[in-house]
Ligand binder design. Structure first.
Ligand code: SF4
Length: 463
């Protein structure tokens, strides 16, 4: 049966501006020019990855269409070359470690590994399937998730790429998350990997002291020891010895990404009508976590250039593609969730911030002194990992800074900590900033149901 797809095409008229922009330089020192990126996005990628170019309203990841925003195209390039880039790295003997979201990845990169969280692992797997439509990609993905749920537990949320790793389609070398508060999947997944078919996958758990430990000296020192253990464990894979200086250099590099993200967020929040749409806000800010594309240097290149474009747009009063004037501003809470930015924007709203990931992206690490201690101190202080009152205070501050009119808390089925916290956190936020809140449980489907989107749309209308 032929399936008609409405596919996005980058218009030729956008080429001239784009090819004058900067190259992307990768961690291995290689570069790709803007002209090569343009050729890839307009010729090769639409044939290999038609699902990504689907322009239908159920594709919440569809291409932004802001063709005058070069970093948006570069973000798509990095996403769609995930499999190509990871296979190249693997051929060079670079180990890949699976981590969970919401933690910084400085120590993994200092030790010479690539750290990937579930979203990146899923993107890598998606890029292995070439020539499929959006609908075919969705069905195949649901099948994968079902197989993994049956292997792990019906209680898990998104299964975190377990199936791809255990079935051997993704050559991940190490499962190495921290046992942080935000995520109940870590324990399910690590335990399942322990009993999985692939006994060659190395297992590591960073023991994260939970619940208000950040001011306790023993907890910082204990977690610093865990970071040392992690690095030694990666060294066993690479055969090299990572030094304190390697870690210090990596912290300085990642701090640049974190600082840029903080500066970009301040710029983006200032105008009543934001300078980009929600998809492009998410794309640029998550690059500050330096893990989304599996290459910190590439992310930094795009961040540096992206900041200049956002500055210029704010100065000239350019509004984001597809936004109405003065949209209703929504702050999104919860792990590993995002509603369709496009559907929110159709209704006159825009997502202006998130707590998940922003918690670690916006936390700088001290650059002088013992790098293990500094990293442990910063990691234990992530606002998202604190008790509900402290987390609410920090979230309220972000809501004020982003000038949000309302809060949407979403959690995935199986996300046990976030589902338990949602009501309490929203109640505290209301006491602190007095904004309307909506809590929705999210089914794990990339396309999201009409029912879910209707509820979000009604909230936007109310705001
Ligand atoms: S949705 Fe929740 S349980 Fe699942 S990976 Fe994200 S944080 Fe962990």
């Amino acid at each position: 049966m032929a399936i008609n797809q409405d596919l996005f095409h980058y218009p030729e008229a956008a080429k001239e501006l784009f090819i004058r922009t900067e190259d992307i330089t990768f961690r291995d020192g290689t570069r790709v020019s803007a002209e090569e990126i343009w050729e890839f996005l307009t010729k090769e990628a639409p044939v290999r990855f038609p699902h990504a170019f689907d322009n239908g309203r159920y594709n919440r990841n569809r291409i932004s269409g802001d063709i005058a925003l070069p970093y948006s195209l570069k973000d798509e390039y990095l996403s769609l070359t995930f499999n190509d880039r990871m296979l190249k790295a693997k051929q060079k003997g670079i180990p890949v470690a699976f981590v969970q979201g919401g933690q910084c990845v400085d120590p993994y990169y200092a030790a010479g590994a690539i750290a990937l969280r579930p979203a990146s692992v899923n993107q890598w797997a998606a890029c292995q399937r070439e020539g499929v439509t959006f609908t075919q990609a969705q069905v195949l993905r649901e099948d994968d998730k079902e197989r993994a749920s049956q292997s792990i537990s019906f209680e898990v949320c998104n299964t975190a790429g377990y199936e791809y790793i255990q079935e051997g389609s993704l050559p991940v070398d190490m499962i190495a998350p921290y046992s942080c508060l935000r995520c109940s999947d870590v324990s399910y997944s690590l335990e399942a990997h322990r009993h999985g078919k692939r006994q060659d996958v190395k297992l590591f758990l960073g023991d994260f002291p939970m619940a208000d430990q950040k001011n306790k000296e023993w907890a910082v020192e204990y977690f610093a020891e865990n970071i040392k253990r992690l690095i030694r464990s990666i060294d066993e894979l690479t055969g090299r010895e990572t030094t304190e200086e390697d870690l210090r250099k990596e912290i300085i590099l990642h701090n640049e990404g974190r600082r840029l993200s903080r500066e970009i967020a301040e710029l983006w929040w200032a105008p009543d009508t934001p300078p980009t749409n929600g998809k492009d806000r998410r794309a640029i800010l998550q690059m500050g976590g330096m893990e989304v594309h599996g290459d910190p240097e590439a992310s930094l290149c795009v961040l540096r250039e992206g900041k200049r474009f956002i500055e210029e747009r704010v100065r000239k009063g350019v509004k984001g593609h597809g936004l109405i004037d003065k949209p209703a501003r929504i702050f999104l809470c919860g792990s590993c969730v995002f509603p369709s930015d496009y559907r929110i924007e159709e209704g006159g709203g825009v997502i202006v911030g998130t707590d998940n990931h922003w918690s670690n992206i916006s936390t700088l690490v001290e650059e002088t002194g013992d790098p293990y201690y500094n990293l442990a101190k910063a990691t234990l202080s992530y606002p998202y990992e604190q008790n509900v009152y402290e987390r609410a205070k920090w979230t309220a501050e972000q809501i004020r800074k982003s000038r949000a009119d309302g809060v949407l808390f979403m959690y995935n089925w199986g996300c046990n900590t976030q589902s338990a916290m949602a009501r309490m956190l929203c109640d505290e936020i209301k006491k602190l900033v007095n904004v309307p809140t909506l809590i929705i449980e999210h089914e794990f489907q990339a396309s999201q149901s009409e029912q879910l989107l209707n509820r979000v749309s009604a909230f936007v209308e109310m705001l």
